[in-house]
Design a protein around this ligand. Structure first.
Ligand code: NDP
Length: 330
């Protein structure tokens, strides 16, 4: 095919990485075994960082950005994948070291592909995206830890109105947990209540420097904020509880003490989505398939054209996006 298609690329412009739309042909794509026609991608916080250059994400240039994609296999040199298979990719270095999803076509390694889970459309898969799949990973590690109980002590979700937070609230509430949402946007309370949050904390309450051990409030927590917020959440976690930490929307530092860990056996459970093994991914998607209310998903996500990516990137870095944004790359 000599026809061109549009991609959003990060390039070196006078020594600075800068994003711009380019026309590509199939010949320009990497020589990986599976060619996928992409229908949708999405905007995650990391995509915002990559496109705005707030933190350099691409480790080689030029780079097709977009850490997620969902589409249909066109050609495959690998027996695991056949033309017309519906697939998605989350992470695996897309937009960092490997060309990603902001493109009509992409060539990908077979081991990066996940079969589209039953009950999800390609658009749904990107409404979930890396943010939602990470929420699934977080719920799984908290349940494995064993301290959160349906109907029991509260589970806190920070960064509540964001992509990870919104999806985590919906999942936890559907599984019977009592969910408190920590948000800096009171105007999102109705939205978060609809997803299943039953109580709220102003995120400013968690942002300052607090005592190393505080009143126990949470059996567990999903934290996508990091920094002093995570430190305070750990200091407020019940004896034996756990915090699933996946994000740094408030900062990458962790200015705390070991007190919650050594005096209350509180666990800090790190969650990475990018290089998570396939079995863990499949389990997170199974959690999403079982517990993510499709009406909530429709409420969480909206669809935007690829042309709006530069402004959406700036909005997500500024903390202004509510829920999730699906990107139509067609
Ligand atoms: P979003 O921007 O959608 O959500 C982040 C939310 O964090 C915002 O909506 C806001 O919530 C809150 N927030 C933003 N800035 C601040 C601040 N300065 N202080 C306190 N809270 C703040 O991003 P995502 O949900 O896509 O991602 C969330 C985080 O998780 C990011 O850091 C991202 O990089 C990380 N992440 C990590 C993954 C992994 O593999 N470990 C995978 C996916 C995401 P509110 O308005 O409700 O206060």
């Amino acid at each position: 095919m000599t026809q061109t298609f549009r991609a959003l690329m990060i390039e070196d412009r006078d020594g600075t990485p800068a994003a711009g739309f380019r026309d590509l042909t199939l010949d320009a794509l990497p020589d990986h075994d599976v060619l996928v026609e992409i229908a949708y991608s999405t905007v995650n916080y990391k995509d915002g960082l990559a496109l705005t250059g707030a933190i350099p994400i691409a480790r080689r240039l030029p780079m097709v950005a977009g850490i997620d994609l969902a589409g249909t296999v066109v050609e495959s040199r690998d027996p695991r994948w056949q033309p017309d298979d519906k697939v998605l990719v989350n992470g695996w270095g897309l937009s960092e070291t490997e060309w990603g999803g902001y493109s009509r076509y992409q060539r990908l390694k077979p081991e990066w592909l996940t079969r589209l889970p039953e009950g999800f459309s390609l658009q749904d898969a990107m409404a979930v995206g890396t943010a939602g799949y990470t929420a699934g990973l977080c719920v799984n590690v908290l349940e494995d830890w064993g301290m959160i109980q349906p109907g029991g002590r509260e589970v806190l979700v920070t960064g509540a109105a964001g992509g990870v937070g919104s999806t985590a609230i919906s999942l936890l509430a559907a599984r019977g947990y009592r969910v408190t949402a920590a948000t800096g946007r009171p105007e999102t309370h109705d939205y978060l209540s609809e997803l299943g949050a039953t109580a709220f904390v102003d995120r400013a309450e968690l942002a300052g420097k607090g005592a190393p051990l505080q009143k126990e409030r949470w059996a567990g927590a999903v934290d996508s904020v990091g920094s002093t917020t995570l430190v305070n959440v750990l200091a407020q976690t019940d004896y034996g509880g756990a915090v699933a930490a996946c994000g740094l929307a408030g900062g990458a530092d962790l200015p705390g003490t070991v007190m919650p860990h050594i005096l209350r056996s509180v666990a800090l459970l790190g969650v990475d989505s990018v290089m998570a093994p396939q079995a863990r991914r499949d389990r997170a998607w199974a959690t999403l398939a079982a517990s993510l209310d499709r009406a909530h998903l429709a409420r969480i996500a909206r669809v935007e054209p690829m042309s709006k990516l530069p402004e959406l990137a700036a909005e997500i870095v500024a903390g202004k996006i509510r829920g999730r944004v699906v990107v139509d790359v067609t």
